[in-house]
Design a protein around this ligand. Structure first.
Ligand code: ATP
Ligand code: MG
Length: 379
């Protein structure tokens, strides 16, 4: 058998970009031979194995045939007789069909792979309209790679995205959730969202309509920009936080009238909003309560009477909720009051805390505490 490093790892190393994982392919081997070499089988549909030491993924060279509709309708053929040339024709783009042999230290593969890397161009292997109907996720991949590598998307691919992008609605929510994470938690969230939107595809990843009003589009931008910044600063990012932020405009849209919030509607709307997002991207269970905590804490961050702010500060999700409140504040353009108050309240200074609460008492005599939120977000 021959082993090659393939796909993103080869492409990214040629471009001097950090790769997310290493993928390998074994040509001229069989499941039995892989197992006898200590590889652990993991693939459900086709033979993929984990290396006994590195735990990296090794796939047997295979061919794919479209036999039905949707992404599921594929049959695979793998065997010792499958050649590298056959394996490469199932891959999506020429730049992803390069194979590096660690023994010879040579790169072989698709005849245009190298030149398309030099041309900085994403080109489909075969007719993109046909390939994107076979697997619509390729539209998302083209967009993602073009931003990550600063490559242009070939015109034929652009046409295919416009024509076949709508087929993304047939992809399972689990697979779209994976793509959601790759798209928005890899340091290119803002750019990826803008490009997705320019192709009319953002609705396949998030149920919030970005252009419904100015606050919504600003909030989406700020939340994505914040995610990108956190990654630059080596801070953690989670899909839960991002979903809480991206879905927030729908929540307040459902429960606010004339600058006031209806609490009953607020609590009642949380689950339906999560459920409708679930239909397009699966949301792992552990994030449901995380998202709802962040939402409910937005109310708590607003009411700062008596012991409440001390309780809020102790909440395990306080930090995430505070970070999100700053994003809301920034998106609304009102950055003088609530965020500053909480920034100060977190300081380890009991007198400052007391005087912050005291200053609110005076204010509350002048203002109604029924109003919630920032004027730009409430209609
Ligand atoms: P990244 O890991 O940065 O997302 P990648 O290109 O390595 O990029 P993987 O999902 O790791 O993407 O897949 C490895 C390789 O498998 C790809 O480079 C490509 O050759 C092939 N591949 C992956 N997904 C598809 C697909 N949907 N259609 C065709 N080929 C694919
Ligand atoms: Mg990869």
């Amino acid at each position: 058998m021959k082993i090659y490093k393939v796909g993103g790892a080869v492409r990214d190393s040629l471009m001097g970009v950090k790769s997310s994982d290493n993928d390998w392919v074994a040509v001229g081997s069989s499941p039995e031979e892989m197992v006898s070499n200590g590889f652990k089988p993991i693939g459900k549909d086709f033979p993929v194995f984990l290396h006994p030491e590195t735990n990296e993924e090794y796939a047997l060279a295979r061919t794919e045939k479209k036999t039905g509709t949707g992404y599921g309708g594929f049959t695979f053929y793998y065997g010792e007789d499958v050649t590298l040339e056959e394996d490469l024709s199932r891959r999506d783009f020429t730049i992803n069909a390069l194979y590096y042999c660690p023994k010879t230290k040579k790169i072989i593969g698709h005849k245009d792979g190298m030149s398309d890397i030099h041309k900085k161009s994403i080109v489909s292997i075969g007719d993109p309209k046909k390939r994107f109907s076979e697997d619509p996720v390729r539209s998302l991949r083209a967009i993602r790679f073009s931003n990550k590598l600063k490559f242009k998307i070939d015109t034929k691919i652009k046409d295919a995205i416009y024509e076949k992008g709508h087929l993304l609605s047939s992809i399972s929510n689990a697979r779209i959730f994976d793509e959601f994470c790759k798209m928005f938690l890899n340091g290119m969230a803002e750019k990826n969202f803008n490009k997705l939107n320019s192709f009319g595809l953002s609705k396949f990843l998030i149920t919030t309509e970005p252009d419904q009003n100015e606050f919504t589009s600003k909030l989406i931008t700020e939340a994505l920009r914040n995610t990108d910044k956190r990654l630059i600063n080596n801070q953690s990012v989670t899909p839960g936080f991002l979903l809480a932020a991206l879905l927030w405009p729908q929540l307040i849209e459902k429960c606010s009238t004339k600058g006031e919030i209806n609490l009953r509607k607020f609590f009642r709307s949380m689950d339906p909003i999560l459920r409708s997002q679930q239909r397009i991207t699966a949301i792992p269970r552990k994030f449901h309560s995380y998202i709802k905590d962040i939402w409910v804490l937005q109310l708590k961050l607003h009411s700062r009477i008596g012991k409440q702010p001390y309780k809020t500060l102790k909440h395990p999700r306080f930090r995430a909720a505070y970070d999100f409140m700053l994003i809301r504040e920034k998106s609304s353009g009102e950055t003088k009051s609530l965020g500053k108050w909480w920034t100060n309240f977190q300081k380890n200074d009991e007198n400052l805390k007391k005087s912050l609460i005291g200053s609110l008492k005076e204010k509350s005599q002048q203002e109604s505490f029924k109003t919630f939120g920032f004027s730009q977000e409430l209609r």
